[in-house]
Structure formats: structure tokens, C-alpha cells
Design a protein around this ligand. Structure first.
Ligand SMILES: [Mn+2]
Length: 274
């Protein structure tokens, strides 16, 4: 069954992670997914890679988020798909949907937690700060709104396995729900076990959640992940358990040799191919 949404955002933002290959990922995903509702191609300026306040390419990332925010504010869509781009590509969409759907659950399906701030990030890359900005901490130009978009209780980390020490401390301190790679491999429904059926949900899919032996075409390959069939089964289980109101696919580098059918299987699990 094809997931119906109001708008697809194609966001070739790469400056958040510094890997230009993910810009081609946005275009490749846009070819693989038939449009549903409108489709907006967001332009991303080349900009300057200069770091400000501890964030690489801050101007480019913040300007892109502002452009996305303006588009979303004008259209006020209830259901949004983002085809990235790096993991900062869907921050504006998540902020919009969190405000529109109270009680939204966000499934962060990613080898990384993206819970750094400019003060804790080893790299200064915005793509490692995204989830934390939604929780209200970080550079004000990336956080956007004065009130946090999300509460930690709304977040489930899925397959996340490469955390910096400060991220690990944040997860522990805030009791963020976490489902390990092995748990979804054993039972695809493990991710939704503690969530009410039928509630609104968002899936942020960074393809690097998959083991790089299975899917190497990502910006930050991270060993120890589940295979793509286990990830696809977990995505389908999340979509079946909830009212899916938003999703993003990020960090795809299609020019890396790989089996594109594995990406298509993940897109099918999200209801993005008919
Ligand atoms: Mn990642």
C-alpha cells in the first residue's frame, strides 16, 4: 500500500555532514519514489564551509532550514516525506509535524543518535546535532523555536550504536527509549512495544542504520548494524502500528557501488513504492 502524503521535499543538503555524495542521494531517491501530493525541490546554496560558533557551514544549513520552514508554514501539510540529503535535511519537517500532531512519536532509525551540541560535538558537523536541536539544545539558528519541538519521552532510538560519550550521558540522563539492532533483528515489532497503537509517528531513516556489509552506500558506514531485511521489517512494523505522518530517508550516497534493490526494499517498507 502506498503511503499518501501531502508533500515530498527533495533536499540535497550535504553541508551538514560535509559528504557531497548525499546531494546525489536526494536526486536518486526522487527518481525511485513516485510523487504523492506535491513535490518541492529545495535549492541548497553552495555557501561557505566556514564554521561559526562551533558549527561547520552554519550559514548554509541554517538558511536551508529557514527556506524549508517558510515553505512548510505556507502550505501547512499534515503529512510530509523528506528525501535527503544529510540528517539535517528533515529538521524543519519534524519541527512542523511535531507542532501539528501533539503526542508525535519520533523513531530515530540511525546508527548515530545525533544528540551533540556545538559544545560536545567532536566534528562540529550539524548532521550530528539534529535530534538534539529538536529537543531544544544547540545553536539558536538550528534550534529555531524558543520551546523545544520534542520531549525526550517522544523519541525512540532504533539501531543506534555509535554514540559519543556526551550523547550516551544524555540518553541515560533523560531515559530515552532505545531499541538495539539485535532486538529488531529478533523481533521487528520490538521498536513499537512501548508505544500506543494508532498514534501519530515520524520515521527518520538514516540509511547508515543498516550494516555496511549489506548497504555500503552511506556517508558514515558504521559496522554492527542489522541487515536491510531486518530494518525493512522494523519500518513496516512501525508504519503498521501507527498513523505515519512523516518520514525521511537520509545519507544515501548512490555513487558508492551497492545493490540498489536493498534501498528499494526499505522504501517499499515505508510505503513509498507501489
Ligand atoms: Mn547516522
Amino acid at each position: 500500500m502506498v503511503w499518501q502524503r501531502d508533500v515530498d521535499l527533495v533536499v540535497p543538503l550535504w553541508q551538514g555532514g560535509g559528504h557531497i555524495g548525499v546531494a546525489a542521494g536526494a536526486a536518486a531517491l526522487a527518481r525511485m519514489v513516485a510523487p504523492s501530493g506535491g513535490r518541492l525541490h529545495i535549492s541548497v546554496a553552495d555557501g561557505t564551509p566556514t564554521a561559526h560558533d562551533g558549527v561547520q557551514a552554519l550559514d548554509t544549513v541554517a538558511d536551508t532550514l529557514q527556506r524549508l520552514h517558510d515553505r512548510l508554514a505556507r502550505r501547512d501539510p499534515a503529512r510530509v516525506l523528506t528525501l535527503g540529503g544529510d540528517c539535517a535535511s528533515d529538521l524543519a519537517a519534524m519541527r512542523h509535524l511535531a507542532a501539528r500532531h501533539p503526542g508525535l512519536t519520533v523513531y530515530w532509525v540511525d546508527a548515530h543518535a545525533d544528540l551533540n551540541t556545538p559544545a560536545t560535538s567532536p566534528s562540529g558537523r550539524a548532521h550530528g546535532m539534529g535530534l538534539r536541536t529538536l529537543l531544544g539544545d544547540g545553536h539558536p539558528r538550528l534550534v529555531g523555536t524558543p520551546a523545544p519541538a520534542l520531549h525526550p519521552a517522544q523519541v525512540t532510538l532504533v539501531g543506534t550504536r555509535d554514540l559519543d560519550p556526551a550523547e550516551r550521558a544524555y540518553v541515560t540522563a533523560h531515559g530515552i527509549d532505545r531499541v538495539a539492532a539485535g532486538e529488531i533483528a529478533a523481533d521487528p515489532r520490538a521498536a513499537t512495544a512501548r508505544r500506543h497503537a494508532g498514534g501519530p509517528a515520524y520515521i527518520h531513516l538514516d540509511l547508515d542504520v543498516c550494516d555496511p556489509g549489506d548497504l555500503p552506500a552511506v556517508a558514515c558506514p558504521t559496522p554492527g548494524g542489522p541487515g536491510t531485511p531486518a530494518v525493512a521489517a522494523a519500518l513496516a512494523a512501525i508504519a503498521a502500528h501507527h498513523d505515519l505522518v512523516g518520514a525521511a530517508v537520509c545519507e544515501y550516497t548512490p555513487d558508492t557501488p551497492h545493490d540498489a534493490d536493498r534501498v528499494r526494499a526499505l522504501l517499499a517498507a515505508l510505503g513509498l513504492t507501489g
